[in-house]
Design a protein around this ligand. Sequence first.
Ligand code: AMP
Length: 380
Amino acid sequence: MSFSSLGLSPAITKLLAGHNYVKPFPIQREAIPAIITGKDLLGIAQTGSGKTASYVLPILQQQIGSIKSKNRHIKVLVLVPTRELAMQVRDVFHKFSEGLPERIKTMSVFGGVSINPQMMAMQGVNILVATPGRLLELVETNAVHLSEIETLVLDEADKMLSMGFAEEMQQILAYLPKKRQNLLFSATLNDDISKINQIVLHNPIVVKIEPEEDYFDLIKQLGYFVSDEKKGPLLRYLIKQKEMKQVLIFTSSTYQADLVSDKLRKHGINAGAIHSKKGQNARTDVLAKFKAGKLTVLVATDLISRGIDIKFLPFVINYDLPRSPKDYIHRIGRTGRAESPGEALSFVTEEDKHHFKIIQKKMGKPVTMIDSEGLNLHGF
Ligand code: AMP
């Protein structure tokens, strides 16, 4: 099956080939034709499934031809939970807008940076990608008008609710025109998401993409039994022994993320941290460096385990285990994506043993365990 058979115009399919998008992924096969015809859609899909392009492409197609030179208001609103995801989704819109016959302007707005430049740049924006809080600020100061929105996308809707954005989402919905197309994407379908569906969607097409059975086979999973005191030496040992050039490390708190990153730097390893207590410019900067391969280690909290697409990430390390099996899957899903193999390594202390068993049970796959006592950590 090709992209052109999904109803996408030659202008768009030509661009896809240039970006090595040869065959549509399953979610794209189902979502693109439905969105083009104007239907509401509920997409249950994990990050990595190709869900961003599944709405970006048909939305761009809808916008071509409907852009009027004097249009003043935004037509498409994409709500996302995190600033990093806002920038990433904006970049996908940019990537596929370049070379289109009409200029379609996409902008992202999020908190943590000054609001004034965002207000000034709002002129002529067709597609706005936003985190809920900053969007409300812009609406309340009249910098953004949502009265002509034709398409609303809620991306990573479950994450938005778990981050406590339910109230902001309701406030935003109240500003939108009643008649519009609604697209809702979520990794899971829980009770809260079902409630939002009922409010937002009308007779939606439902697309559910189960992670492929062999998806986790792409990821080599290993667990290391280790004491708390030995986590640092074990980490440095693994970075050296496995010759890691790019590794994402998850910790349980912002404090711990800084601590691990500082310690690595003291040992001459090029590391940086990203979490919610960092200023936005620092967050953007460190992520860009890591993505570009200029930083060996990025230490993160679960803030960026969702949605962020880093190409060919070979290693993920759970320095601290995540609280839920669901988070474990999101974290290790950062590696082994788009058919490139990766390794996910988890540090398991005595207290974690039971919890890690539960995680493995949920995964349906046992993880090979290594006792770090048997490794020569001397000198690390
Ligand atoms: P997403 O789930 O939207 O974060 O996408 C995951 C990754 O798959 C991104 O790096 C996309 O660029 C890539 N991707 C999405 N659709 C395709 C496709 N049809 N062909 C090749 N790569 C794709």
